[in-house]
Ligand binder design. Sequence first.
Ligand SMILES: Cc1cc2nc3c(=O)[nH]c(=O)nc-3n(C[C@H](O)[C@H](O)[C@H](O)COP(=O)(O)OP(=O)(O)OC[C@H]3O[C@@H](n4cnc5c(N)ncnc54)[C@H](O)[C@@H]3O)c2cc1C
Length: 518
Amino acid sequence: MASQAQHTDYDLLVVGGGINGCGIARDAAGRGYSVCLAEMNDLASGTSSWSTKLIHGGLRYLEFYEFRLVREALSERELLWSIAPHIIRPLRFVLPHSKGLRPRWLLRLGLFLYDHLGGRKLLPATRTLDLRKDPTGEPLKPGFSTAFEYSDCWVDDARLVALNARDAADRGAEINTRTQVVAARREGDIWHATLRDTDTGATRDVTARLMVNAAGPWVDRLLESALKRNDARNVRLVQGSHIVVRKLFDHDRAYIFQNADGRIVFAIPYERDFTLIGTTDRDYEGDPADVAATEEEILYLASAASEYFKTPIKRDDVVWTYSGVRPLFDDGASKAQEATRDYVLKLDTGAGGADHAPLVNIFGGKITTYRRLAFSVLEQVESVLGAMGKPWTRAAPLPGGDFPTTGFEDLVRDLQTAHPDLAAGLVHRLARNYGTRARAILEGARTTEDLGRHFGADLYEREVAYLMDQEWARSAEDVLWRRSKLGLHLSQNQADALGQWMRDRYSETTSSRDTRRA
Ligand SMILES: Cc1cc2nc3c(=O)[nH]c(=O)nc-3n(C[C@H](O)[C@H](O)[C@H](O)COP(=O)(O)OP(=O)(O)OC[C@H]3O[C@@H](n4cnc5c(N)ncnc54)[C@H](O)[C@@H]3O)c2cc1C
């Protein structure tokens, strides 16, 4: 049992609602700790919605001898797929051999290790492709004749964050979005923190026995601004950008292209009608909130992919770009692409004085390893607060993921049978996003009229209300660019109308809640 020396509002205050903060809040709440999570913006509004969206070992990291990281990440692939089989799915990657770049034997050796390091059971093994016969050769230039095809997984990164937050809340955690931690100080073994509502400016003070700094790219800034530390130089901010173009090929596999500069670039089927191309790796100095793809990065990605595709990608083909900042642990590597992708946890119990409330700082990490990272943080939490509960996240499904790992098509069929008059595309999308919880959104709906107001594409009131009530969505951007990517399919006018509807609904629900309280 955790010792109850002094009363505090919470056992843990978690700063940051990205994948790491939400994963830690979930694990801790499931073990019985009382948890408060504060996210200054929307969930996943930081790095966690701007990734390449792969649950992967990182083939490239083998070249940097990061065997521990690659093994741990590979072994998470099937585990995460099994607890979230709606938002995670297997994806095959085609790696064309390119004359003059890495030799065939090296690619084969790397993939042999990749196949065998991580306890693969369900994902198929590597195979060799003759690009002159296989459909994946069709969109490529004729010079490419051989490729290797291997497995990894795709994840909806922002939804993975929201589902961890939802599950944490279902297990008792308090999730506060649009809530910034503006100050924190130790008093003996207790943290006193000030949380500011970023909409209203209202503040409230809370106490906690341990604080977790999961502020991602802002991790050093939190140490400087809220904790008044001037020695915080732990993270190296590395920008990564992606471009989105109209679909370049008709099959469902992805490409991984080697570039002459030693980097690799992915081209991945994206949101049904598009191809996602990324990423870059460059040091970043500014405010992480302002990061945006530069012209140079856009042209770099277009030209890297054009080395492989028959039809060159032009600047005008780019319909959307996005950019994020990797908060990597600064290990002194000379190039951004060589900086370690492994995570580092640092437990800080003050400078040995009377004020020694514990702080766990998180540097680096990947979407793929978030559950393991949370597990390691909980080991540190237990070492200072005393153990509560047991490790439990290996097999517990995330919300909506309570169906068999390979049972997604059966779920879609069941939903379609229950709602035969709804369009197959809508049913499929809801099954992907919400898994078994799509049943709650569709309950009693025979036609789309039963789903309420239509906002554009296949977005209806029922889904938006669900996202507001269950997943902390507050603005059109939260719905269109994080809880979904329907922003690619709605016009600006439609997005504005959605935003207005959400604002009206939010004020109605808060004022009726206030009236009930009064
Ligand atoms: C281009 C790119 C591609 C990537 N691709 C992959 C991939 O394919 N697979 C993979 O596994 N990983 C990938 N990653 C890595 C992965 O995205 C990150 O490691 C991960 O998202 C970091 O999560 P986080 O929770 O630490 O940070 P974040 O998601 O940034 O969360 C930190 C949160 O803290 C909040 N915050 C900061 N300060 C405060 C404060 N004072 N009060 C309250 N809240 C605060 C921020 O608003 C933010 O939401 C990629 C990263 C990038 C940039």
